[in-house]
Ligand binder design. Sequence first.
Ligand SMILES: [Zn+2]
Length: 243
Amino acid sequence: MYWDNLTTKHFRDGVIGRIDTAILPTGSVEAHGQHCPLGTDNMAPWYFAQQIEAEYADRVLILPPVPYGHTPDLEDWAGTLSVSAETFRRYVQEIGKGVANWGIKHLILLNGHGGNTAALQGAMEEIAQEQITVVLVNWWLDFSQQILTITAGQGHAGEDETSVMLAIAPKLVHMEDASFNPFRPRYRIKGPGLADKSLRHATTGDGRQGTSAKGQQIADLVKTQLSQLLSDLWNDNLFDRTV
Ligand SMILES: [Zn+2]
């Protein structure tokens, strides 16, 4: 169920002591190539959360999302809105602590934006001090191996993300403007004058290769993986044995 659809009475009587798992979608408002909407990183995790809600309505709470993220690299592109990593981390951290206060024992941070990752890792450490298990899911990274059986490449507004958007919000994608960035950095680098190559057209990878069919396969894959995560959380099955 959706946290903010409940009345306080229904929350008190139906949630506390009964539902111990919540999902907080996080994203950003930023240029996504020349063809995907500014809210791409919000729409994808929100869609995935909705899929989970449809299947686990009585066991999982979906929190209202955090739509503003940390995205300094794309600030020069029209429409991008970035908040500092510190502001974002504190905001998520305080939401997480509030969630823990209402008896939630498992919190999934379902993130759609790479620039949020470091701040979310910081927030996790703080939230976990409230006797709550926090899981960070970066769908395009954590499920990359499986995604690359569906698409030839990945990227910011690249083949995988464009495909997901074509599947979930086709009217908002303008494939006639689909962009391609031929450059891929050899190193993990930041510095002056790099953006023209690292984020040419506000893209990494090749958005032109996106299709709705691939996007639907990715969405199904993410749903399967999130279902597995929930099952592992509920069954205390969070480690593989290596020996
Ligand atoms: Zn994105």
